[in-house]
Design a binder for this molecule. Sequence first.
Ligand code: SDX
Length: 393
Amino acid sequence: QGDVFTYDPGFTSTASCTSTITYIDGDKGELLYRGYPIEQLAEKSHYLEVCYLLLYGELPTAAQLEDFEHRVTNHTMVHEQMHNFFRGFRRDAHPMATMVGVVGAMSAFYHDSTDISDPWQREVAAIRMIAKLPTIAAMAYKYSVGQPFVYPKNSLDYAGNFLHMCFSVPAEEYIVNPILSKAMDRIFTLHADHEQNASTSTVRLAGSSGANPFACIAAGIACLWGPAHGGANQACLEMLREIGTVDRIPEYIARAKDKDDPFRLMGFGHRVYKNFDPRAKVMKESADEVLELLGIEDNETLKVAKELERIALEDEYFVSKKLYPNVDFYSGIILDAMGFPTAMFTPIFALSRTVGWISQWKEMMFDPELKIGRPRQLYTGAPARGYIEVEDR
Ligand code: SDX
């Protein structure tokens, strides 16, 4: 009677929602944001234009883009009281822990954008999060390295401002290199949205209960942190460093194939892509460009990454399992070359994905048929039975 449920450990066999935002064809290795291929957006567009596209569904006119960039730029500062909030964390807290805490508390600072029944407040919440997440991520970094917070500068573009807030110090302003800023902006674009991945589904489920948007994004950040998801970029670079040299790659390939070994090649495989992750291709080209600019193109880690990719793509196990590099395989090499510690890799993924999370949340909140999410289960536990007194057990 009623619904018949089949157990699917990855929730991939049933659609959880309809959406008009992002399309993935895992067999073709195709990724579209509102119908535009990710390769074209990475080459021709920039992150704030992509944010407009994801939020409103169309590429902006020049006037629309100017207004949007002005609104975001003028919301990049955080409430001064939030500075004190950071000081409750230990200095060695992972920046993701700080971001979950601070973003989750944003509703305590921005009361006028928490009423989800008011479309204007939903809009302001979206702009505030896109604008403030880089500032919060940079503050989490500065706090972890014992340096003073750096305020945003309206004269810088979105990616340049983030680099400035991370790497400037009172004694010396960080000079934003346009090529590094473009590479940073491209990383933001490549991570902006990705259909119903684990963290986006978390944001949707939290939003379906009517929770305020800041709490929903904090839930998404928490889910992204896992090494099977957004935490893979940090785990991947640490794996490449542990391998160290190309002659040690076969040992790790063998471990990844050993069913009794929990080790997996980080940055490899994907629940949906059974072909190349198109983002990984763009990221690999960007890695070559950035490392050449910095004069470290013979970087040992990049050599290990490329050789590992070459070997894995020829290995019968990986071919049979359709395992290819994903978005996290090369991104860490670029971020490491820019000077970020591995602990900042996932916070950068989180700030990039905020526009995807908030766009999907907005889409869901406008649905007049919206009901609270309620995943079902297949019960395999004990049948109904009577209570047993302790002396009879
Ligand atoms: C992201 O969903 C999204 O869209 C996520 C994301 C986004 O933008 O939001 O794309 C971002 O999370 C990318 C993935 C980052 N994670 C990693 O790089 C961690 C390493 N990868 C794996 O943990 C794994 O590939 C997952 C978690 C990504 C996917 O796991 P699945 O769903 O179990 O993969 P699968 O079903 O396609 O696996 C097929 C087989 C399995 O073996 P069998 O159970 O069939 O025997 O391949 C094996 C897996 O065990 N396998 C791997 C492997 N990935 C899968 N074996 C060795 N190394 C790997 N990396």
